[in-house]
Design a protein around this ligand. Sequence first.
Ligand SMILES: *Cc1c(COP(=O)(O)O)cnc(C)c1O
Length: 385
Amino acid sequence: MFSEQLISSFGLKKTPFYYYDTGLLHKTLFAIKEVAVLFNYNIHYAVKANANERILQIISSYGLGADCVSGNEIDQVIKNGFNPKQIVFAGVGKTDEEITFAINSNIACFNCESIQELEVINDIAGSLSRKVNVALRINPNLDANTHHNITTGLNTNKFGIPYNDFLLIIEDFKKYENLNIEGLHFHIGSQITDYRVFNKLCKRVNEFNNFLLGKSVNIRHINLGGGLGIDYDEPENQIPDFQAYFEIFNKNLEVRTGQVIHFEPGRSIVGQSGILVTKVLYVKNNGDKKTIILDAGLTELLRPALYQSNHKIVNLTSSKELDVYDIAGPICETTDYFGRSVQLPETSRGDLLAIYSTGAYGEVMALHYNMRPPAEKYYSEELIL
Ligand SMILES: *Cc1c(COP(=O)(O)O)cnc(C)c1O
């Protein structure tokens, strides 16, 4: 997938580093916008997937909104071209300072996750003499059929308002006099590849929407969150099938006149545009097993250690006979592996390896552990002449 020229320019850089294919990012944004416009869907990019400034500038240039989960993310996206009127603020633990900052930044909406949070936002809004828009993040108790560590919509997860509390809020919604409860929000998990899950989500959303029809709460927008998965096994499938994804909602959601539909994709926008390039430090052979030790570890890419996730790994500089390797990082942790029993061409010290599909939840999750410095990053337009 890489030209000789690009690989040789990789060889001149200090490793490990992130390489972003901004051409692919543009193509992906173009693809999602094209279908979203068709269905009149509103897209808020989930900033937590990648908050790199250059990436944010490209995404904001397509007119997308932003889904933020901290005050710093709100600050970062405003500085990089996003319109505050298109920012929503989610997260299960917003601090008073973050709430105040968000109100003063004139964001569009808070996605609220508990009765207590509604009360706090109501109080802070009152003290600032403001009225703020709020969406209720519902916990629909729905299994997303994905890794348990990225499942968020079950009653056992900390996220969202449980059904009984939702009823209490609706019965008494007028008491939040500084809040305008105008939206419903759902986000049931990440890296969802079983599309039947989205069908089920539509059903649940319809139930909530219908229930509210009889109440005097005016729901102006329904936010379906993010979660659309990418192909980690075959990253050649670069652009997710946004058409098929939106089609499910278009077919199954019962939308009332005046209601707007929002989505918050993160991974599906940036995931395939990033690659982690790393150098082989050592190849250990204990007789049973050959283990490649890389100069990148869980400090640069945490996903495998955190979720046992799998990334395609390719040796960019060897085309010898295939052999089987475990692939590990240099960090003093037993879980610091990127792959087990991976087939690679015979690999030796100094080879360059590419770890694919690291544009989302990669750079942004970097750790300082072992006093590791942050990895450099390069962009395709700088390296391809
Ligand atoms: C993480 C998150 C997203 C983005 O999820 P992806 O799987 O990356 O699309 C969207 N909304 C909320 C509330 C989230 O927490």
